[in-house]
Design a protein around this ligand. Structure first.
Ligand code: SAM
Length: 342
């Protein structure tokens, strides 16, 4: 082996191929291969192809790729799910990410195909990816029941997975009522009432979303403490609460719109009331944590917003009278910021 061959740029090669691995995961998920393998012994490629309705030669290569990526186990008897695949990739797994994977394939992939235009123009690319661009970016999601359901399922899957971390980042037991602005399916709200049984949470979101929340409701304790209210947080009166929650909401918007929203929250907030933000928080120099930096590109291709650093969030909050800003880096998909109205 020559010296140059021994020093292959493995990081670059891995990045160059990254999209192939993503697409293999997306296609296996779209074909519901992980669902077919759930609770079954090892299955041969020919049987999976038969059940899914795909070619044997294509299915075998996809299954082998998934096994190579660690998503499946392969033995002489055939292919089976790993524990992690059962939990996260089957559509009814406890912490299923299936919704987000499908959203990534159907929505984010076409948008990222236009990343070059997004960078050149500095704007979202819905018109190039989908042939239209509504004034309000959420109208692009909610124009059809199918796209709306897919978007809500995607939001729900990440919110459910991260809810405990967000809900326990700070001790919120002093708050009696919370309003989750842009709270979507109520996944975080339901986790909050499990952890804080004395808390009542109002989930506030656009009417199209609120009309579609029943599909996502859990059964179990304290569910009556979560209520849903529809409205537009830029225009309508906000429900009264001790704590306002904005989870993955501020990153959708430019500073000007955040000022409109925070000034409305500030106007209804009494001294001692708080705001809890859940976002991927960037380091001040914006040079670490590639997941969060890539998430900011994800915001570029589809929204008017971006990911921000802890000091940027602090500056936005302080302009509206929210101080004592505390940041808990969870190092996961979402970090948490708590501040208090003085
Ligand atoms: N908070 C949820 C989470 O973390 O999973 C959902 C985040 S999603 C990126 C943004 C949410 O804000 C969507 O549910 C969307 O419908 C809602 N939203 C957008 N514009 C809104 C508006 N003007 N008024 C109320 N909700 C809005």
């Amino acid at each position: 082996v020559s010296e140059s061959a021994a020093k292959l740029p493995s990081k670059i090669l891995e990045l160059m191929d990254g999209f192939r691995a993503s697409k293999a995961l997306f296609v296996a998920s779209k074909l519901k291969i992980f669902d077919h393998l759930k609770d079954k012994g090892p299955l041969k490629a020919v049987d999976i192809a038969d059940e899914v309705g795909t070619s044997v030669c294509g299915t075998e290569r996809l299954l082998d790729a998934c096994a190579g990526l660690g998503l499946l186990e392969k033995t002489t008897q055939g292919y089976s799910n790993t524990d992690s695949t059962n939990t996260y990739l089957t559509s009814d797994g406890e912490y299923s990410l299936h919704g987000y994977v499908i959203h990534s394939n159907d929505h984010l992939w076409p948008l990222f195909t236009n990343l070059e235009s997004a960078v050149k123009e500095g704007t979202r690319q819905n018109h190039r990816a989908f042939g239209k661009k509504a004034e309000d970016l959420f109208k692009d999601y909610y124009h059809s029941q199918e796209v709306k359901q897919r978007f809500m399922a995607a939001m729900h899957s990440i919110a459910h997975l991260t809810a405990r971390d967000v809900a326990t980042a700070f001790d919120l037991s002093r708050f009696r009522s919370a309003c989750d602005l842009g709270g979507c399916t109520g996944a975080l709200a339901h986790e909050l009432v499990q952890i804080y049984p004395n808390l009542k949470v109002t989930v506030f979101d656009l009417p199209e979303v609120i009309a579609n929340t029943s599909y996502f409701q859990p059964s179990g304790q304290h569910t009556a403490q979560v209520t849903f209210v529809s409205g537009d947080f830029f225009k309508d009166n906000l429900p009264e609460a001790d704590l306002y929650i904005l989870s993955r909401v501020l990153h959708d918007w430019p500073d000007e719109k955040i000022h409109v929203l925070l000034s409305k929250v500030s106007a209804v907030c009494k001294p001692g009331c708080g705001i809890l933000l859940a976002e991927m928080v960037l380091d001040d120099e914006k040079k670490n944590r590639s997941t969060a930096l890539l998430q900011s590109l994800n915001m570029l291709v589809q929204t008017e917003g971006k990911e921000r650093s802890g000091s940027e969030y602090q500056a936005l909050l302080e302009q509206h009278g929210f101080t004592n800003v505390k940041i808990r880096m969870r190092g996961n998909l979402l970090d948490a910021i708590l501040c208090v109205k003085t």
